[in-house]
Design a protein around this ligand. Sequence first.
Ligand code: CP3
Length: 355
Amino acid sequence: MVAQGEYTEGAPLTRRERMLRACRGGPVDRPPVWLMRQAGRYLPEYRAVRARASFLELCDDPDLAAEVSLQPYRRFGVDAVIVFSDILIPLAALGLHLEFTPGPVIHDPIRAPGDLGRLEGDLTEALAPTCDAIRRIRREVGADVPIIGFAGAPWTLAAYSTEERLSRDILAVRVLAHRDPAFLDALLERLADVTAEALRLQAEAGADVLQIFDTWAGLLSPPAFQRLAGKALARVLEALPSNRPPVILFARGATHLLEDLAALGPDVVSVDWRIDLAEAAARVGSNVSLQGNLDPVALHADPDTVRRLVWRIVEAGRKARGHIVNLGHGVYPTTPVEGVAAFVEAVQNGEGASG
Ligand code: CP3
């Protein structure tokens, strides 16, 4: 097992240097910290913006998208700003009829090989608001704060695009794997190109780190993962330029796939709370860093409890090549702001600093 490099230099690291080093396993003074869904309904200032605009209007307006992306940075001083958008925006851009009510609804899902033509097209124009938002965020925060761009993984996008409302067990796409594997392969290939294109455009606009969300990969057995989600993810990673920013790969409930995820060659694997970080580190070895992994519901605890839980995670994360402190999934809308503040502060001030 490899211990995280000791940091001995004098000058403090910028947030950007700290994040890039953590992704690649270089020495850091402390791990960086941000939260999945850090901009969202638990924040009063987000709800104030949402009172004036729908979620899709927010994603489509570079000023508003940049503004809500920056809200958690301004309030908590998190170590990275993730651009505000959604993994389903590229599907809407290609022409699928998407609504949020507040969960996503796709009124005209992909059902047959003849529908694949509806996923053709260029994303440059459709992703322009997100890319503009990245440039606006950069103007606000300067070069020293890392910006995270993101996209949905092909398997997760396939799950959403084949059902009007996602069923609990994402049945449509899993049935397709047995009824018409050739059609599903073609769909996953097309969506892999969509994922790669969305990531490439955000990197060109200035994203320092890219995160791929494979929220639904955890439902697959290891062989099915390799044949479906994993194969499509490999295609995404191959399509990115060799000088790409670091890639974080998130899969929920995927402890049984940890080695498979690491073998795909991302810089970081983001794990949820079902595994201890020290054990995850022992399993993935020194070729990949880890991100995670507090259960987001724990942010409802009192701030002292949150701090103690965070310190435990920071300690366990020292066993990894590099560690980015995060949750195991997104912040719930019911989360008290004090819980998020304690989460960030516990990492940035270290154990004992706040009593
Ligand atoms: O992390 C961030 O702060 C950046 C923004 C972001 C959102 N969605 C904003 C959002 C990111 C990175 C996502 C990713 C996303 N979207 C995923 C992968 C991560 C995960 O949660 O597993 C998935 C599966 C989606 C699809 C999606 N979008 C769902 C299922 C929902 C409804 C759930 C809900 O919270 O109501 C959304 C809507 C959504 N995406 C909201 C936000 C802030 C809520 C919209 C609102 O304001 O009404």
